[in-house]
Design a protein. Structure first.
Length: 444
C-alpha cells in the first residue's frame, strides 16, 4: 500500500511540475513535512524526491531545500552542451575566428595542391605523426616555455582527442582523479565514458586548494590530477610559479600522473613555465590549435614522458589510427611560416577587446575572469536561480551555460559561464546587456 502511495505521489508531483502548476524555483516541502502530509515514512519521502530529481524535475540544494527545476532545459545545461539553434546569440560555446581566416585556408589548400606530398597524404601516417611534423610542433612548444624532444611529441585530432588517448592509455576504470570543483566539461564526459571517479578540489584564490589536494591524497588512493594551470576554463586563473612548484612536489610525493590541459594557454601573456617542465617525468601536456587557429582544424598535440609514448600511440591507433594528413600538413605549414603566431597574437588582442566590452556591459555584477580570456564566470546574486535565468535568456534569444556542465561536485553554484568569442562585437555588446537585464529581473 505504501508503495502505491509513493508511486502515486511521484506521478502527481511530476504532472503538476510539467503542467506548470508548480512553477520553476518553487521550494517544495521538507522531506519530513512531505512524509507527514502524505502518511509516508521519512525514507519513502526522500525516495520520492530522489526519483523526481532523477527525472530532472527537481534539484536538492544543501542547506536550502528542494526546488522545482526549469523543465524547458536551456541548451548548455547538463554534461552535454548542445549546439545552439539558428537565430540564437551563442554565449555558450567559444569558436573564436578572425576576418580573413577562410582566405588563409584557400591559400593553404592551393599551396598544398602545388606541393609534392599529396601522394603521401593518401596513405597512413605513423600513429603519432611523421617525425618532421612532430619536430615542427616541438619548435612551436618552445614559445610556450616547453622544451620537448620530437620523440615525446604526438600529434592527435584535437586537444579533446589528446585527453582521451591519455586517459585510455594511462588510467583504469575506477581510478580516482583529482579535478577542480569547477572544471572543463569535456573531461567530465571523458571520465564518465572511462568510468573514472572524479574527486573535486575547491578553488583557493588563483588556483586549486593544494592543502585540500594533499589531504585527499593522504585519505584516498588518488591516481592522477587533471589541471589547467594557465588560463583555467571556466575561472580564468593563471597559477603562480610557486603554486606550480608545490603541485609538482605533491604529484611526486604521492605518485600522481599530472594531466596538464593547455588549450587556452596561448591567451596568457608570459605565464610561469608549464607543469610539464617542472615534473616532466610524471606530466602529460595536452593542447591544440582549435582555439588559437580554428575549431574545425582538428590538430592537437600531446607531450609525454618517453616511457609512456608507446602506450599513447596504441590508444591513437585504437581510436583514429593516425592524424589526418591534409589538416596536419596545413597546421605545420602555418606553424612554420608564422601564421599561428600571428593569429595567436591577434586573438589575444581580440579577447582583451571582448573582455572590455563585458566589463562595461556587466558593470555592477561580480565577474570572475582573466583580462585576455574568451569567457566570463558570473556568480549570480543570492536567491537567483541559474536555470531560471538561462531559460529566460533563451526566450530572449541568448544561449548561455549554467554551472552544471562545469561542476564536478554535488554542490552546483548558481552561476553562468559566458563565452565571448563566437559572435560579432555589436551582437556581443547587445547580448551581454540582455544578460544583465534578465539577471536584474530574476533577482526580485
Amino acid at each position: 500500500m505504501a508503495e502505491a502511495r509513493y508511486k502515486q505521489l511521484v506521478d502527481q508531483l511530476a504532472a503538476e511540475i510539467r503542467a506548470g502548476r508548480l512553477q520553476p524555483g518553487t521550494r517544495l516541502p521538507t522531506h519530513r513535512r512531505l512524509a507527514e502530509r502524505h502518511g509516508l515514512a521519512l525514507v519513502t519521502a526522500s525516495r520520492v524526491y530522489a526519483e523526481l530529481e532523477a527525472m530532472g524535475l527537481v534539484s536538492g540544494e544543501v542547506g536550502r531545500g528542494t526546488f522545482v527545476r526549469e523543465t524547458v532545459r536551456p541548451r548548455g545545461l547538463g554534461i552535454d552542451q548542445q549546439a545552439v539553434a539558428a537565430g540564437l546569440v551563442d554565449l555558450n560555446f567559444n569558436y573564436p575566428s578572425l576576418p580573413g581566416q577562410a582566405e588563409l585556408l584557400r591559400g593553404a589548400l592551393r599551396q598544398l595542391a602545388a606541393g609534392g606530398e599529396l601522394e603521401a597524404m593518401l596513405r597512413y601516417a605513423p600513429h603519432g605523426g611523421r617525425m618532421h611534423e612532430r619536430a615542427r610542433v616541438a619548435r612551436h612548444l618552445e614559445s610556450r616555455g616547453l622544451a620537448a624532444e620530437p620523440s615525446r611529441v604526438l600529434i592527435v585530432d584535437g586537444a579533446q582527442h589528446g585527453l582521451a588517448v591519455t586517459v585510455m592509455a594511462l588510467l583504469q576504470p575506477g581510478d580516482v582523479i583529482a579535478v577542480d570543483a569547477l572544471t572543463y566539461p569535456g573531461f567530465k564526459v571523458l571520465a564518465e565514458a572511462q568510468r573514472l571517479e572524479l574527486a573535486p578540489i575547491p578553488a583557493s584564490g588563483q588556483g586549486p586548494d593544494l592543502d585540500a589536494l594533499e589531504r585527499l591524497c593522504t585519505q584516498r588512493r588518488v591516481r592522477a590530477v587533471y589541471t589547467m594551470p594557465t588560463l583555467h576554463n571556466p575561472l580564468g586563473w593563471v597559477m603562480s610559479a610557486s603554486r606550480r612548484r608545490r603541485l609538482a612536489a605533491i604529484a611526486r610525493r604521492h605518485g600522481l600522473l599530472v594531466i596538464e590541459d593547455a588549450a587556452y594557454a596561448f591567451l596568457a601573456d608570459d605565464p610561469p613555465p608549464p607543469l610539464a617542465t617542472l615534473a616532466p617525468e610524471t606530466t602529460v601536456y595536452v593542447s591544440g590549435l582549435s582555439k588559437s587557429v580554428a575549431t574545425g582544424l582538428r590538430v592537437g598535440f600531446v607531450v609525454a614522458p618517453e616511457a609512456w609514448v608507446p602506450k599513447i600511440e596504441r590508444s591513437i591507433r585504437a581510436t583514429t589510427w593516425c592524424n589526418p594528413g591534409v589538416t596536419t600538413a596545413i597546421a605545420c605549414a602555418w606553424l612554420e611560416d608564422g601564421t599561428v603566431g600571428r593569429l595567436e597574437s591577434e586573438k589575444r588582442h581580440d579577447a582583451a577587446t571582448r573582455q572590455a566590452i563585458a566589463g562595461d556591459a556587466l558593470a555592477g555584477l561580480r565577474c570572475v575572469c582573466h583580462p585576455a580570456s574568451y569567457f566570463v564566470w558570473l556568480p549570480l546574486p543570492e536567491e537567483t536561480r541559474a536555470d531560471r535565468v538561462a531559460a529566460a535568456l533563451m526566450r530572449d534569444g541568448v544561449s548561455v551555460s549554467t554551472a552544471e556542465p562545469f561542476s564536478a561536485s554535488q554542490h552546483v553554484p548558481h552561476a553562468l559561464r559566458l563565452a565571448l568569442g563566437s559572435v560579432g562585437l555589436d551582437s556581443l555588446r547587445s547580448a551581454l546587456r540582455t544578460v544583465r537585464r534578465v539577471i536584474a529581473e530574476q533577482s526580485f
